[in-house]
Design a protein around this ligand. Structure first.
Ligand SMILES: NC(=O)c1ccc[n+]([C@@H]2O[C@H](COP(=O)([O-])OP(=O)(O)OC[C@H]3O[C@@H](n4cnc5c(N)ncnc54)[C@H](O)[C@@H]3O)[C@@H](O)[C@H]2O)c1
Length: 256
């Protein structure tokens, strides 16, 4: 039964990093709204568990392992998803890796991996999925950035650069894809209670505490609260919204 005000009935969605956290919640909310869902990323057993949860909600689902830092794997994964499930209507670029460090202590090998996943990987999978969307002149893409890409903070320089890149990618691609009636939007989470944020808390507890103190709502966000924003932007209620960045952050003021 579709209890969601945002229907995705008849749609096929592909969600990267769908094994846990925000990606898993998006997969479940999408299924609740009537979509069939392909979850891709690392950790095949976890992805398969999420696919089983989607199926339990009465939708079709497929779990595919892919390392998003590998372009060849990305193209073959999208081809397989399309063959087995059908044309992709919605792409959610959610997979990601966190990094909190002092800039001058950073390692170039780590930055290369971060850029390959958090920025280039999404650009490449978008290219692969857009071919079908352009043919059909329809589609919705929701990118997941971070407020670290919108506002400056100590310790998130290169992570923030990857997310700022996703924001610029969203704005530019949205304009270019408007002629095909494809919406490209971006959800920019604040601090969300997931494995990623809990790792930051372990590695840099003082910095994490300082960030958390800035939240007017005095609590972390939940993956479900981010997934709801993704669902809205993926639905036809957002047909006239494109190139926009929606912060979901418990009231932190982001200027500009
Ligand atoms: N948690 C937060 O506070 C927060 C804040 C702002 C933005 N975000 C962003 O939200 C998104 C989801 O984060 P989350 O908090 O759910 O994190 P998470 O660590 O729980 O999940 C990350 C997902 O990405 C996948 N992944 C990692 N490396 C991959 C690779 N090389 N190839 C394919 N998949 C890979 C993981 O398997 C996992 O499914 C990320 O883009 C993250 O940067 C999170």
């Amino acid at each position: 039964m579709d209890s969601s005000p945002f229907s995705l009935e008849g749609k096929i969605a592909l969600i990267t990093g769908g094994s846990r956290g925000i990606g898993r919640e998006a997969a479940l909310q999408f299924a609740g709204a009537g979509a069939d869902v392909v979850v891709v990323g690392l950790d095949l057993p976890d992805l398969q568990n999420v696919a089983a949860e989607v199926k339990a909600l009465g939708r079709r689902s497929l779990a595919l392992e892919v390392d998003l830092t590998d372009s060849e794997q990305i193209f073959s994964t999208v081809a397989r998803a399309t063959t087995e499930m059908g044309a992709i209507d919605i792409l959610v670029n959610n997979a990601g890796m966190g990094l909190t460090e002092r800039f001058m202590e950073g390692k170039i090998a780590t930055w290369t991996k971060l850029l390959s996943l958090n920025l280039l990987g999404h650009i490449v999978i978008t290219r692969a999925v857009l071919e079908g969307m352009i043919e059909r002149q329809s589609g919705k893409i929701v990118n997941i950035a971070s407020d670290a890409g919108r506002a400056g903070s100590s310790g998130q320089v290169v992570y923030g650069a990857t997310k700022g890149g996703m924001i610029a990618f969203t704005r530019n691609l949205a304009v270019e894809m408007s002629r095909y009636k494809i919406n490209i939007n971006c959800v920019s989470p604040g601090l969300i209670n997931t494995v990623m944020w809990n790792k930051t808390r372990q590695v840099t507890p003082k910095l994490a505490e300082a960030y958390e103190k800035t939240i007017p709502w005095k609590r972390l966000g939940t993956p479900a609260e981010i997934a709801s924003a993704i669902l809205f932007l993926a639905s036809n209620k957002a047909d006239y919204i494109t190139g926009q960045i929606l912060s979901v952050n418990g009231g932190v003021f982001i200027g500009g």
